[in-house]
Design a protein around this ligand. Structure first.
Ligand code: PXP
Length: 244
């Protein structure tokens, strides 16, 4: 079954709203694991707007499943990742003015810098994934610079408003999965997935992992993290790809 990586950044966003010590994203990660998360994802941003260095250190010590660090390819952050050695690093674009990661990393344009970051992370035994749009040349470039996985940006699907837009976004994801598999990459998906829209992508064959944050943390405000994660897991179980 597809694995669920739970992104706990927004628990830290609430904490940072008051610069206090609650709610603790490290506690949220443990609760997410008790709810059935297959992995915990966090993004250590250069501006430390939510997750901070202390969280990253404690997550590394306490997460019992798979720890996935989202990160820019900036030298300071690559240094931290090499030191921390999470199970996986997902390379993302990062702009200070954005609310969240918008769109994918342009691996074609930044091939040399991405390749250098991938080399350093791989030397430390870290599996590297690139968060990219479902575009064939980006996927091929990710494979060429040494990524083992790609996380296809599902925002195109999540933001689609008309049936034509939905169909086009799903077609792009299908194409992306097949190019990824041809290149020998493990294919993940993420961004904008919710309890309402996840079923359609969950039934597509080829995704090994979804990373979901905002919707799960939002639900957790009302139900608690453990129940929110269990509910998403049960949707993924109900809407599995059909065997062909
Ligand atoms: N995957 C990546 C690479 C992301 O940057 C994010 C947002 O932090 C997510 C998945 C999760 O997106 P969302 O919060 O919309 O579920």
């Amino acid at each position: 079954m597809v694995h669920l990586g739970v992104n706990i950044d927004h628990v830290a966003t609430v904490r940072q709203a008051r610069r206090t010590d609650e709610p603790d994203p490290v506690w949220a990660a443990a609760e997410a694991e008790l709810g059935g998360a297959d992995g915990i994802t966090f993004h250590l941003r250069e501006d430390r707007r939510h997750i901070c260095d202390r969280d990253a250190r404690l997550l590394k010590e306490t997460v019992a499943t798979k720890l996935n660090m989202e990160m820019a390819i900036a030298k300071e952050i690559v240094d931290i990742a090499c030191d921390l050695q999470p199970d996986q690093c997902s390379l993302v674009p990062e702009r200070r003015e954005e609310l969240t990661t918008e769109g994918g990393l342009d691996v074609v344009r930044h091939r040399r810098d991405v390749g250098a970051a991938v080399d350093r992370l791989r030397e430390r035994g870290i599996v590297v994934s690139a968060f990219i749009e479902p575009i064939a040349e980006q996927i091929r470039a990710a494979a060429e610079v040494g990524c083992a996985a790609v996380e296809l940006w599902t925002g195109g699907y999540a933001h689609a408003r008309t049936p034509d837009e939905v169909a086009a976004s799903l077609e792009a994801l299908r194409g992306g999965i097949s190019v990824g598999q041809e290149c020998g990459l493990v294919v993940h998906g993420g961004h904008g997935l919710t309890y309402r829209n996840v079923s359609t992508v969950a039934t597509m064959a080829g995704f090994a992992e979804f990373n979901i944050g905002h919707s799960i943390v939002s639900r957790a405000v009302f139900t608690g993290m453990r129940a929110a994660v269990a509910e998403m897991k049960s949707l993924l179980e109900r809407y599995q790809p059909q065997e062909s």
